[in-house]
Write a protein that binds this ligand. Structure first.
Ligand code: MG
Length: 162
């Protein structure tokens, strides 16, 4: 068994007016939210894909298909906890995670620490092991035009002792 492995994840959702914007489990006051089958938490989706990727366990769409009624409107934190449990079954725990959200508006700085705390709790690790960063794209691309939001995540998973 490899003692530690890295993973990378990326996700995009379209933004539309009148929907709730949930990022890293935190509801962000905004006039737009993510269009999605689930709650559209693009940050958690990228994180789940990074975790699954680290263990070469496929992707989020394979484990939690958006064609299934079971996942309609689901809180993505549930998907994150299930993903961590899947890794646990294979003898891995999360080491650390580093995430970046790209969107033009609103400013996320006031919400970053709340996201880190929720993600750390769901992954069963210390908040110091969870990094969440936010960037605009300087009005360039779909994020810059406020048509969508993207997120990426890099993680380390570690073989559990014993
Ligand atoms: Mg997604």
């Amino acid at each position: 068994m490899i003692p530690f492995r890295i993973g990378y994840g990326y996700d995009v959702h379209a933004l539309a007016e009148g929907l709730t914007l949930t990022l890293g489990g935190v509801k962000i006051p905004h006039d737009k939210g993510c269009v999605a089958h689930s709650d559209g938490d693009v940050l958690i989706h990228a994180l789940c894909d990074a975790l699954l990727g680290a263990a070469a366990l496929g992707d989020i769409g394979m484990h939690f298909p958006d064609t299934s009624q079971e996942f309609a409107g689901i809180d993505s934190r549930i998907l994150l906890r299930r993903t961590v449990a899947l890794l646990g079954e294979r003898g891995y725990r999360v080491g650390n995670a580093d995430c970046t959200i790209s969107l033009q508006r609103p400013r996320l700085r006031p919400h970053i620490d709340a996201m880190r705390a929720l993600l750390a709790a769901d992954m069963g690790i210390d908040v110091e092991c969870v990094s969440v960063k936010a960037t605009t794209t300087e009005h360039l691309g779909f994020e810059g035009r406020e048509e969508g939001v993207s997120a990426s995540a890099a993680v380390l998973i570690v073989a559990a002792e014993g």
